[in-house]
Design a protein around this ligand. Structure first.
Ligand SMILES: [Zn+2]
Length: 471
Protein backbone atom coordinates (compact mmCIF):
# COMPACT_ATOMS: atom_id res chain seq x y z
CA UNK A 1 0.00 0.00 0.00
CA UNK A 2 1.28 3.46 -0.85
CA UNK A 3 2.22 6.15 1.66
CA UNK A 4 -0.65 8.25 0.39
CA UNK A 5 -3.16 5.61 1.41
CA UNK A 6 -1.41 4.49 4.57
CA UNK A 7 -1.12 8.03 5.84
CA UNK A 8 -4.46 9.39 4.70
CA UNK A 9 -5.60 11.56 7.62
CA UNK A 10 -7.87 9.51 9.89
CA UNK A 11 -8.75 12.10 12.52
CA UNK A 12 -9.56 15.77 12.17
CA UNK A 13 -6.27 17.10 13.50
CA UNK A 14 -4.40 15.19 10.80
CA UNK A 15 -6.15 17.07 8.02
CA UNK A 16 -3.38 19.16 6.54
CA UNK A 17 -5.49 21.83 4.89
CA UNK A 18 -6.14 24.29 7.70
CA UNK A 19 -9.17 25.96 6.14
CA UNK A 20 -10.92 22.64 5.61
CA UNK A 21 -9.91 21.37 9.04
CA UNK A 22 -11.41 24.42 10.71
CA UNK A 23 -14.56 24.22 8.64
CA UNK A 24 -15.09 20.60 9.69
CA UNK A 25 -14.37 21.47 13.32
CA UNK A 26 -17.28 23.91 13.24
CA UNK A 27 -19.65 21.05 12.46
CA UNK A 28 -18.67 19.39 15.75
CA UNK A 29 -20.34 22.17 17.70
CA UNK A 30 -23.73 21.30 16.24
CA UNK A 31 -26.15 18.50 17.02
CA UNK A 32 -26.11 15.93 14.21
CA UNK A 33 -29.70 16.58 13.28
CA UNK A 34 -28.83 20.25 12.71
CA UNK A 35 -25.93 19.49 10.42
CA UNK A 36 -26.34 19.95 6.68
CA UNK A 37 -27.19 16.67 5.00
CA UNK A 38 -25.56 17.44 1.68
CA UNK A 39 -22.02 18.62 1.09
CA UNK A 40 -20.34 19.80 -2.07
CA UNK A 41 -16.55 19.48 -2.13
CA UNK A 42 -14.72 21.07 -5.04
CA UNK A 43 -11.06 21.48 -5.90
CA UNK A 44 -8.18 20.08 -7.95
CA UNK A 45 -7.02 16.46 -7.82
CA UNK A 46 -4.98 15.37 -4.84
CA UNK A 47 -6.07 18.19 -2.55
CA UNK A 48 -7.84 16.02 0.03
CA UNK A 49 -11.48 15.85 -1.06
CA UNK A 50 -11.84 12.09 -0.61
CA UNK A 51 -10.19 12.31 2.79
CA UNK A 52 -12.59 15.06 3.83
CA UNK A 53 -15.58 13.13 2.45
CA UNK A 54 -14.71 10.14 4.63
CA UNK A 55 -14.12 12.45 7.59
CA UNK A 56 -17.65 13.79 7.14
CA UNK A 57 -18.94 10.20 7.10
CA UNK A 58 -17.12 9.62 10.40
CA UNK A 59 -18.51 12.84 11.87
CA UNK A 60 -21.97 11.37 11.43
CA UNK A 61 -21.30 7.75 12.34
CA UNK A 62 -18.32 7.57 14.73
CA UNK A 63 -19.24 5.62 17.87
CA UNK A 64 -16.99 7.69 20.10
CA UNK A 65 -17.15 11.16 18.64
CA UNK A 66 -15.16 13.44 20.95
CA UNK A 67 -14.42 17.14 21.22
CA UNK A 68 -11.63 16.80 18.69
CA UNK A 69 -13.78 14.89 16.22
CA UNK A 70 -14.07 11.27 15.11
CA UNK A 71 -11.99 8.80 17.16
CA UNK A 72 -10.46 7.00 14.19
CA UNK A 73 -10.43 3.71 16.14
CA UNK A 74 -14.03 2.53 16.57
CA UNK A 75 -15.54 -0.02 14.18
CA UNK A 76 -17.31 2.66 12.18
CA UNK A 77 -14.19 4.80 11.76
CA UNK A 78 -12.04 1.82 10.90
CA UNK A 79 -14.38 0.38 8.30
CA UNK A 80 -14.92 3.80 6.72
CA UNK A 81 -11.14 4.15 6.37
CA UNK A 82 -10.98 0.72 4.75
CA UNK A 83 -13.90 1.52 2.42
CA UNK A 84 -15.88 -1.47 3.58
CA UNK A 85 -18.48 0.24 5.74
CA UNK A 86 -21.88 -1.09 4.83
CA UNK A 87 -23.59 2.27 5.34
CA UNK A 88 -21.08 4.40 3.48
CA UNK A 89 -21.42 4.07 -0.27
CA UNK A 90 -18.77 5.50 -2.55
CA UNK A 91 -19.74 6.04 -6.18
CA UNK A 92 -17.16 7.03 -8.76
CA UNK A 93 -19.11 8.85 -11.44
CA UNK A 94 -16.03 9.08 -13.66
CA UNK A 95 -15.73 5.35 -14.20
CA UNK A 96 -19.28 4.48 -15.18
CA UNK A 97 -21.27 7.70 -15.51
CA UNK A 98 -23.38 6.61 -12.55
CA UNK A 99 -26.60 5.56 -14.26
CA UNK A 100 -27.00 2.21 -12.50
CA UNK A 101 -25.56 3.51 -9.24
CA UNK A 102 -27.94 6.44 -9.01
CA UNK A 103 -30.86 4.14 -9.84
CA UNK A 104 -29.79 1.79 -7.05
CA UNK A 105 -29.27 4.75 -4.79
CA UNK A 106 -32.82 5.94 -5.37
CA UNK A 107 -34.19 2.48 -4.72
CA UNK A 108 -32.15 1.85 -1.59
CA UNK A 109 -32.15 5.23 0.02
CA UNK A 110 -35.45 4.76 1.85
CA UNK A 111 -34.13 1.70 3.68
CA UNK A 112 -32.72 2.45 7.12
CA UNK A 113 -28.95 2.17 7.62
CA UNK A 114 -27.72 -1.22 8.81
CA UNK A 115 -25.08 -0.53 11.43
CA UNK A 116 -24.91 3.21 11.98
CA UNK A 117 -27.27 6.14 12.51
CA UNK A 118 -26.73 7.54 9.02
CA UNK A 119 -26.39 6.30 5.50
CA UNK A 120 -23.69 8.26 3.68
CA UNK A 121 -23.47 8.56 -0.08
CA UNK A 122 -20.13 9.80 -1.40
CA UNK A 123 -20.27 10.61 -5.12
CA UNK A 124 -16.86 11.36 -6.56
CA UNK A 125 -16.38 13.35 -9.79
CA UNK A 126 -20.09 14.12 -9.65
CA UNK A 127 -19.84 16.32 -12.78
CA UNK A 128 -19.37 13.15 -14.85
CA UNK A 129 -22.89 11.87 -14.18
CA UNK A 130 -25.12 11.66 -17.22
CA UNK A 131 -27.93 14.17 -17.36
CA UNK A 132 -30.41 11.39 -16.48
CA UNK A 133 -28.37 10.48 -13.42
CA UNK A 134 -28.05 14.15 -12.53
CA UNK A 135 -31.77 14.67 -12.63
CA UNK A 136 -32.35 11.57 -10.56
CA UNK A 137 -29.84 12.84 -8.03
CA UNK A 138 -31.49 16.24 -7.93
CA UNK A 139 -34.86 14.65 -7.15
CA UNK A 140 -33.24 12.69 -4.35
CA UNK A 141 -31.59 15.79 -2.95
CA UNK A 142 -34.92 17.58 -2.90
CA UNK A 143 -36.50 15.21 -0.43
CA UNK A 144 -33.88 13.03 1.20
CA UNK A 145 -34.91 10.78 4.10
CA UNK A 146 -33.65 11.98 7.50
CA UNK A 147 -31.04 9.22 7.68
CA UNK A 148 -29.35 10.09 4.38
CA UNK A 149 -26.24 12.26 3.97
CA UNK A 150 -24.74 13.20 0.61
CA UNK A 151 -21.15 14.16 -0.02
CA UNK A 152 -20.58 15.23 -3.62
CA UNK A 153 -17.03 15.83 -4.80
CA UNK A 154 -15.75 17.25 -8.06
CA UNK A 155 -12.67 18.65 -9.75
CA UNK A 156 -14.91 20.62 -12.09
CA UNK A 157 -17.63 22.46 -10.16
CA UNK A 158 -18.64 24.58 -13.15
CA UNK A 159 -20.11 21.50 -14.78
CA UNK A 160 -22.43 20.83 -11.86
CA UNK A 161 -25.92 22.35 -11.96
CA UNK A 162 -26.40 25.34 -9.70
CA UNK A 163 -29.59 23.74 -8.41
CA UNK A 164 -27.52 20.86 -7.04
CA UNK A 165 -24.82 23.03 -5.53
CA UNK A 166 -27.31 25.33 -3.85
CA UNK A 167 -28.75 22.41 -1.90
CA UNK A 168 -25.36 21.61 -0.43
CA UNK A 169 -22.94 22.96 2.13
CA UNK A 170 -19.96 23.97 0.00
CA UNK A 171 -16.36 23.28 0.91
CA UNK A 172 -13.73 24.61 -1.49
CA UNK A 173 -10.30 22.96 -1.67
CA UNK A 174 -7.56 25.19 -3.01
CA UNK A 175 -4.20 23.95 -4.16
CA UNK A 176 -2.31 23.01 -1.04
CA UNK A 177 0.03 25.71 0.21
CA UNK A 178 3.64 24.88 0.96
CA UNK A 179 2.97 24.94 4.67
CA UNK A 180 0.17 22.39 4.38
CA UNK A 181 2.30 20.17 2.15
CA UNK A 182 5.14 20.31 4.68
CA UNK A 183 2.63 19.46 7.41
CA UNK A 184 1.59 16.37 5.46
CA UNK A 185 5.14 15.30 4.65
CA UNK A 186 6.22 15.94 8.24
CA UNK A 187 3.66 13.46 9.57
CA UNK A 188 5.01 10.74 7.28
CA UNK A 189 8.68 11.56 7.80
CA UNK A 190 8.13 11.20 11.55
CA UNK A 191 6.21 7.95 11.39
CA UNK A 192 8.48 6.33 8.80
CA UNK A 193 11.62 7.74 10.47
CA UNK A 194 12.85 9.08 7.13
CA UNK A 195 16.08 11.08 7.19
CA UNK A 196 15.58 14.02 4.87
CA UNK A 197 16.96 17.56 4.69
CA UNK A 198 14.75 20.66 4.80
CA UNK A 199 15.93 21.68 1.35
CA UNK A 200 14.88 18.35 -0.03
CA UNK A 201 11.42 18.64 1.54
CA UNK A 202 11.06 22.11 0.16
CA UNK A 203 12.00 20.92 -3.33
CA UNK A 204 9.36 18.21 -3.11
CA UNK A 205 6.66 20.70 -2.17
CA UNK A 206 7.65 22.92 -5.09
CA UNK A 207 7.43 20.05 -7.51
CA UNK A 208 4.11 18.84 -6.09
CA UNK A 209 2.46 22.04 -7.31
CA UNK A 210 -0.29 22.07 -4.69
CA UNK A 211 -1.11 18.38 -4.69
CA UNK A 212 -0.79 16.33 -1.51
CA UNK A 213 -0.86 13.17 -3.55
CA UNK A 214 2.10 14.20 -5.72
CA UNK A 215 4.14 15.41 -2.76
CA UNK A 216 3.62 12.17 -0.86
CA UNK A 217 4.32 10.06 -3.94
CA UNK A 218 7.63 11.80 -4.49
CA UNK A 219 8.60 11.44 -0.84
CA UNK A 220 7.81 7.75 -1.11
CA UNK A 221 10.07 7.36 -4.16
CA UNK A 222 12.91 9.23 -2.50
CA UNK A 223 12.51 7.15 0.67
CA UNK A 224 13.98 4.14 -1.17
CA UNK A 225 17.29 5.98 -1.08
CA UNK A 226 19.70 4.67 1.56
CA UNK A 227 21.09 7.37 3.82
CA UNK A 228 20.02 10.97 4.23
CA UNK A 229 17.84 12.32 1.43
CA UNK A 230 19.11 15.69 0.31
CA UNK A 231 18.17 17.98 -2.54
CA UNK A 232 20.47 16.09 -4.88
CA UNK A 233 18.65 12.82 -4.27
CA UNK A 234 15.26 14.39 -4.89
CA UNK A 235 16.53 15.97 -8.06
CA UNK A 236 17.70 12.58 -9.18
CA UNK A 237 14.19 11.23 -8.81
CA UNK A 238 12.77 14.19 -10.66
CA UNK A 239 15.29 13.40 -13.35
CA UNK A 240 16.68 16.42 -15.11
CA UNK A 241 17.25 14.64 -18.43
CA UNK A 242 13.52 14.02 -18.80
CA UNK A 243 13.10 17.72 -18.40
CA UNK A 244 15.26 18.40 -21.47
CA UNK A 245 13.10 16.03 -23.42
CA UNK A 246 9.99 17.93 -22.38
CA UNK A 247 11.57 21.29 -23.17
CA UNK A 248 12.39 20.11 -26.70
CA UNK A 249 8.93 18.62 -27.17
CA UNK A 250 7.17 21.80 -26.07
CA UNK A 251 9.46 23.90 -28.27
CA UNK A 252 8.42 21.93 -31.35
CA UNK A 253 4.79 22.47 -30.37
CA UNK A 254 5.42 26.18 -29.93
CA UNK A 255 6.76 26.20 -33.50
CA UNK A 256 3.83 24.10 -34.65
CA UNK A 257 6.25 21.54 -35.95
CA UNK A 258 3.91 18.59 -35.73
CA UNK A 259 6.32 16.11 -37.22
CA UNK A 260 9.01 16.85 -34.69
CA UNK A 261 6.51 16.78 -31.82
CA UNK A 262 5.26 13.35 -32.93
CA UNK A 263 8.85 12.11 -33.09
CA UNK A 264 9.27 13.36 -29.54
CA UNK A 265 6.33 11.24 -28.42
CA UNK A 266 7.71 8.17 -30.20
CA UNK A 267 11.01 8.65 -28.39
CA UNK A 268 9.24 8.81 -25.05
CA UNK A 269 7.35 5.60 -25.85
CA UNK A 270 10.49 3.85 -27.06
CA UNK A 271 12.36 4.79 -23.92
CA UNK A 272 9.68 3.02 -21.95
CA UNK A 273 8.59 6.15 -20.15
CA UNK A 274 5.03 6.25 -18.88
CA UNK A 275 3.15 8.47 -21.31
CA UNK A 276 0.67 9.68 -18.69
CA UNK A 277 3.54 10.85 -16.53
CA UNK A 278 5.00 12.55 -19.56
CA UNK A 279 1.80 14.49 -20.26
CA UNK A 280 1.43 15.26 -16.60
CA UNK A 281 4.95 16.70 -16.44
CA UNK A 282 4.40 18.70 -19.63
CA UNK A 283 1.20 20.12 -18.17
CA UNK A 284 3.05 21.04 -15.02
CA UNK A 285 5.69 22.81 -17.09
CA UNK A 286 3.11 24.66 -19.18
CA UNK A 287 1.31 25.65 -16.02
CA UNK A 288 4.52 27.35 -14.83
CA UNK A 289 4.97 29.00 -18.24
CA UNK A 290 1.41 30.27 -18.12
CA UNK A 291 2.06 31.84 -14.73
CA UNK A 292 5.22 33.44 -16.15
CA UNK A 293 3.40 34.88 -19.15
CA UNK A 294 0.64 36.19 -16.93
CA UNK A 295 3.27 37.94 -14.84
CA UNK A 296 4.63 39.57 -17.97
CA UNK A 297 7.64 37.31 -18.46
CA UNK A 298 7.83 36.23 -22.12
CA UNK A 299 7.98 32.53 -23.04
CA UNK A 300 9.56 31.96 -26.39
CA UNK A 301 7.11 30.93 -29.07
CA UNK A 302 4.08 31.01 -26.80
CA UNK A 303 1.19 33.34 -26.23
CA UNK A 304 -1.37 33.00 -23.46
CA UNK A 305 -3.82 31.80 -26.04
CA UNK A 306 -1.69 29.14 -27.69
CA UNK A 307 -0.55 27.91 -24.31
CA UNK A 308 -4.05 27.60 -22.88
CA UNK A 309 -5.10 25.90 -26.10
CA UNK A 310 -2.42 23.23 -25.71
CA UNK A 311 -3.10 22.87 -21.99
CA UNK A 312 -6.76 22.21 -22.73
CA UNK A 313 -5.99 19.65 -25.41
CA UNK A 314 -3.42 17.88 -23.25
CA UNK A 315 -5.71 17.79 -20.22
CA UNK A 316 -8.31 16.16 -22.38
CA UNK A 317 -5.81 13.68 -23.79
CA UNK A 318 -4.69 12.89 -20.26
CA UNK A 319 -8.25 11.97 -19.33
CA UNK A 320 -8.84 9.94 -22.46
CA UNK A 321 -5.70 7.85 -22.02
CA UNK A 322 -7.26 5.72 -19.32
CA UNK A 323 -9.62 4.17 -21.83
CA UNK A 324 -7.53 4.39 -24.98
CA UNK A 325 -6.35 1.05 -26.42
CA UNK A 326 -3.13 2.73 -27.57
CA UNK A 327 -1.87 4.84 -24.67
CA UNK A 328 -0.05 7.47 -26.73
CA UNK A 329 -2.85 7.93 -29.26
CA UNK A 330 -4.84 10.66 -27.46
CA UNK A 331 -1.65 12.71 -27.06
CA UNK A 332 -0.72 12.23 -30.71
CA UNK A 333 -4.20 13.29 -31.77
CA UNK A 334 -3.94 16.35 -29.56
CA UNK A 335 -0.64 17.26 -31.19
CA UNK A 336 -1.95 16.75 -34.73
CA UNK A 337 -5.15 18.65 -34.04
CA UNK A 338 -3.23 21.49 -32.47
CA UNK A 339 -0.95 21.60 -35.50
CA UNK A 340 -3.97 21.74 -37.77
CA UNK A 341 -5.88 24.27 -35.73
CA UNK A 342 -5.61 27.69 -37.23
CA UNK A 343 -4.99 29.46 -33.98
CA UNK A 344 -1.42 30.36 -34.68
CA UNK A 345 0.93 31.37 -37.40
CA UNK A 346 2.70 28.60 -39.20
CA UNK A 347 6.02 30.10 -40.07
CA UNK A 348 7.91 27.02 -39.00
CA UNK A 349 5.41 24.26 -39.42
CA UNK A 350 6.29 21.36 -41.61
CA UNK A 351 5.05 21.34 -45.19
CA UNK A 352 2.56 18.51 -44.70
CA UNK A 353 0.66 20.37 -42.02
CA UNK A 354 0.66 23.60 -43.95
CA UNK A 355 -0.69 21.89 -47.02
CA UNK A 356 -3.52 20.27 -45.11
CA UNK A 357 -4.36 23.56 -43.56
CA UNK A 358 -4.64 25.27 -46.92
CA UNK A 359 -6.92 22.55 -48.20
CA UNK A 360 -9.20 22.94 -45.23
CA UNK A 361 -9.31 26.68 -45.52
CA UNK A 362 -10.07 26.34 -49.19
CA UNK A 363 -13.29 24.60 -48.20
CA UNK A 364 -14.65 27.75 -46.62
CA UNK A 365 -16.48 29.82 -49.16
CA UNK A 366 -16.54 33.22 -47.56
CA UNK A 367 -13.23 34.82 -46.98
CA UNK A 368 -14.46 36.88 -44.05
CA UNK A 369 -15.30 33.65 -42.26
CA UNK A 370 -11.70 32.59 -42.26
CA UNK A 371 -10.63 31.96 -38.76
CA UNK A 372 -8.34 34.45 -37.10
CA UNK A 373 -4.67 33.86 -36.64
CA UNK A 374 -3.15 34.39 -33.25
CA UNK A 375 -1.61 37.59 -34.47
CA UNK A 376 -4.92 39.12 -35.39
CA UNK A 377 -6.04 41.74 -32.90
CA UNK A 378 -9.46 40.13 -32.59
CA UNK A 379 -8.16 37.03 -30.89
CA UNK A 380 -5.59 38.80 -28.79
CA UNK A 381 -8.25 41.04 -27.38
CA UNK A 382 -11.44 39.03 -27.49
CA UNK A 383 -14.50 41.21 -27.95
CA UNK A 384 -16.02 42.11 -24.62
CA UNK A 385 -19.57 41.70 -25.82
CA UNK A 386 -21.16 38.29 -25.44
CA UNK A 387 -22.33 38.19 -29.03
CA UNK A 388 -21.61 34.75 -30.39
CA UNK A 389 -19.61 34.95 -33.60
CA UNK A 390 -18.08 32.31 -35.83
CA UNK A 391 -14.69 33.54 -34.73
CA UNK A 392 -15.53 33.05 -31.12
CA UNK A 393 -17.11 29.67 -31.67
CA UNK A 394 -14.05 28.57 -33.64
CA UNK A 395 -11.75 29.73 -30.90
CA UNK A 396 -13.74 27.86 -28.29
CA UNK A 397 -14.52 24.80 -30.41
CA UNK A 398 -12.43 22.51 -28.19
CA UNK A 399 -14.28 23.84 -25.12
CA UNK A 400 -17.57 23.26 -26.86
CA UNK A 401 -16.63 19.65 -27.57
CA UNK A 402 -15.37 19.16 -24.03
CA UNK A 403 -18.62 20.58 -22.65
CA UNK A 404 -20.75 18.35 -24.89
CA UNK A 405 -18.86 15.27 -23.78
CA UNK A 406 -20.52 14.77 -20.38
CA UNK A 407 -23.89 14.75 -22.17
CA UNK A 408 -22.92 12.40 -24.92
CA UNK A 409 -19.53 10.86 -25.61
CA UNK A 410 -20.21 9.78 -29.18
CA UNK A 411 -21.56 13.19 -30.12
CA UNK A 412 -18.37 14.75 -28.80
CA UNK A 413 -16.39 12.33 -30.95
CA UNK A 414 -18.37 13.29 -34.04
CA UNK A 415 -17.96 16.99 -33.26
CA UNK A 416 -14.26 16.58 -33.22
CA UNK A 417 -14.24 15.70 -36.88
CA UNK A 418 -16.73 18.44 -37.72
CA UNK A 419 -16.29 22.17 -37.63
CA UNK A 420 -18.23 25.38 -37.12
CA UNK A 421 -19.28 26.90 -40.39
CA UNK A 422 -21.36 29.92 -39.67
CA UNK A 423 -23.21 31.94 -37.06
CA UNK A 424 -26.04 34.24 -38.04
CA UNK A 425 -29.53 35.24 -36.95
CA UNK A 426 -29.47 32.96 -33.96
CA UNK A 427 -28.51 29.90 -36.00
CA UNK A 428 -25.22 28.08 -35.59
CA UNK A 429 -24.27 26.02 -38.62
CA UNK A 430 -21.98 23.06 -38.11
CA UNK A 431 -20.32 21.33 -41.00
CA UNK A 432 -20.01 17.55 -40.86
CA UNK A 433 -17.95 15.68 -43.40
CA UNK A 434 -19.65 12.31 -43.41
CA UNK A 435 -23.31 11.59 -43.99
CA UNK A 436 -23.62 9.46 -40.86
CA UNK A 437 -22.05 12.26 -38.85
CA UNK A 438 -24.56 14.68 -40.27
CA UNK A 439 -27.39 12.30 -39.44
CA UNK A 440 -26.13 11.71 -35.92
CA UNK A 441 -25.82 15.43 -35.18
CA UNK A 442 -29.15 16.22 -36.81
CA UNK A 443 -31.15 14.07 -34.39
CA UNK A 444 -33.57 16.34 -32.55
CA UNK A 445 -32.27 15.25 -29.17
CA UNK A 446 -28.67 15.89 -30.16
CA UNK A 447 -29.42 19.32 -31.58
CA UNK A 448 -31.16 20.11 -28.34
CA UNK A 449 -28.08 19.12 -26.34
CA UNK A 450 -25.80 21.14 -28.62
CA UNK A 451 -27.95 24.21 -28.32
CA UNK A 452 -28.02 23.82 -24.52
CA UNK A 453 -24.24 23.51 -24.39
CA UNK A 454 -23.88 26.63 -26.57
CA UNK A 455 -26.22 28.48 -24.24
CA UNK A 456 -24.17 27.38 -21.27
CA UNK A 457 -20.89 28.45 -22.87
CA UNK A 458 -21.87 31.67 -24.58
CA UNK A 459 -25.03 32.66 -22.76
CA UNK A 460 -27.00 32.80 -25.98
CA UNK A 461 -29.95 30.74 -27.08
CA UNK A 462 -29.32 29.55 -30.62
CA UNK A 463 -30.64 26.98 -33.06
CA UNK A 464 -28.30 24.41 -34.50
CA UNK A 465 -28.19 23.36 -38.14
CA UNK A 466 -25.98 20.64 -39.57
CA UNK A 467 -24.79 20.70 -43.16
CA UNK A 468 -22.74 18.20 -45.09
CA UNK A 469 -19.43 19.55 -46.27
CA UNK A 470 -16.83 18.21 -48.63
CA UNK A 471 -13.61 17.06 -47.04
ZN1 LIG B 1 -14.87 6.49 15.68
Amino acid sequence: MSFYRIYRPQVLEEIDNQVVREQLLLFLAKAKKDLPHAFFLSGPKGTGKTTAARMIAKLFNCEKLGESGPCGTCNQCKSIAKCNNIDVLEIDAASNRGIDEIRELRQGIQLAPVSAPYKIYIIDEVHMLTSEAFNALLKTLEEPPAHAVFVLATTDPQKVLGTIQSRCQRIVFGRAQEEALLHALGRIVKKEKIKISEDALSLITKYADGSFRDAVKLLEQASFHKGVIDEEVVRHYLSASDENERVAFLASLANRNTKEALQGISAVVENGMDIRTFIFDCLRMMHRMLVDITLGKPCEGWTTQSLTDVIRRFSQAYGEMKTSPIPELPLELAVVEYGESRGGDNRKSDPVTTEKREVREGGIKHKEQKQPSEDSPASKNPPSSWMLTLEKLTEHWPDFIASAKPYNHSVAGVLRSSRPKGVSDGVVTIEAFYRFHQEKLSEAKTKDVLSQVLKKLFGEKVKVEIVLGKK
